[in-house]
Ligand binder design. Structure first.
Ligand SMILES: [Zn+2]
Length: 290
């Protein structure tokens, strides 16, 4: 068995649209001023497995999927901004990458701001947790909407292209990932490690890997919304917990990430909607084919 992270990959962080919410929603005790919640997407180049994405952010499909009632409530509650130059396909094209070049998309969870672009990638296989996938499909239209899930965002052949994350082999993790001790070997070469971060959704697939330029990276999806929240022990507002699958489980995941933050040589933790992270490390251009 390969040791975890024995293969390094290239990594860029992209911003694919944003919405705004009060700061206090993301950080308990914060102000009521509106702050940006960018939809961040990981672009990864693996030496053997080619180009991968971690989530897709928003896309124009979000508007078509929220045209009718009751789905239209989603866009009223979450007004989305997506400038043409921020559309994922346009950002990839500017790097000389076509939609067909994306071979794999790792899906953190099925909230619309993470999966709205899936239909744009005809050659990609998808990796997601079965736990979250099954729960999303069970509810009726209103129930799905309550879970921020829009069925129309999935391509018609989604099931055929889906690989279940839980079926991947388990690998032990090095001490600097403590308290996380094992992960899922998503590519079979111990390069990209999936870690379950439940609570925000029933299950959520975090992704950890060794990047050539920045060392160990841990993409944590919505397990926290602002990196300051972890640093200062300020979870989201109690009101935001109403949207979470299970608040108590969210707190347990949050506490594990806080413990990880303090580890020696800890990975860089990247939440999906953190404007601080985006302003500090976003916009790099290490992966391009032009
Ligand atoms: Zn979410």
């Amino acid at each position: 068995m390969n040791a975890a992270f024995s293969t390094s990959v290239k990594f860029d962080l992209l911003k694919v649209g944003h919405c705004q919410h009060p700061e206090c929603a993301a950080l308990r005790g914060g102000s009521r001023r509106a702050i940006d919640f960018p939809a961040l997407v990981g672009l990864i180049e693996h030496p053997q497995h080619g180009l991968l994405l971690y989530d897709t952010g928003y896309s124009r499909h979000f508007w078509s999927a929220t045209r009718r009632f009751p789905e239209c409530l989603y866009r009223v509650i979450t007004p989305v901004q997506l400038a043409p130059e921020e559309e994922l396909l346009n950002q990839l094209e500017a790097r000389g990458i076509s939609a067909k070049d994306i071979e794999t998309i790792v899906i953190s969870h099925f909230h619309a701001d993470h999966v709205a672009g899936l239909r744009d990638f005809p050659n990609a296989r998808f990796i997601a947790t079965q736990t979250e996938r099954l729960l999303c499909e069970k509810k009726g239209r209103l129930g799905r909407l309550r879970r921020a899930y829009l069925h129309d965002l999935l391509p018609a052949d989604f099931e055929k292209r889906l690989r279940i994350a839980e079926e991947a082999a388990t690998v032990p993790l090095p001490p600097n990932m403590q308290p996380f001790t094992t992960g899922l070997d998503l590519m079979g070469d111990a390069s990209l490690i999936g870690l379950d971060l439940p609570g925000h959704a029933a299950s959520q697939l975090g992704l950890s890997f060794h990047s050539e330029e920045e060392g160990l990276i841990f993409l944590v999806g919505d397990a926290c919304w602002k990196i300051e929240g972890l640093e200062q022990n300020r979870p989201p507002s109690r009101l935001a917990y109403q949207l979470f699958h299970r608040g108590k489980v969210y707190d347990e995941t949050f506490a594990k990430l806080r413990a990880l933050l303090k580890a020696t040589e800890a990975p860089r933790i990247i939440p999906s909607h953190c404007s601080t992270t985006w302003s500090q490390r976003g916009g790099t251009r290490r992966i391009a084919r032009d």
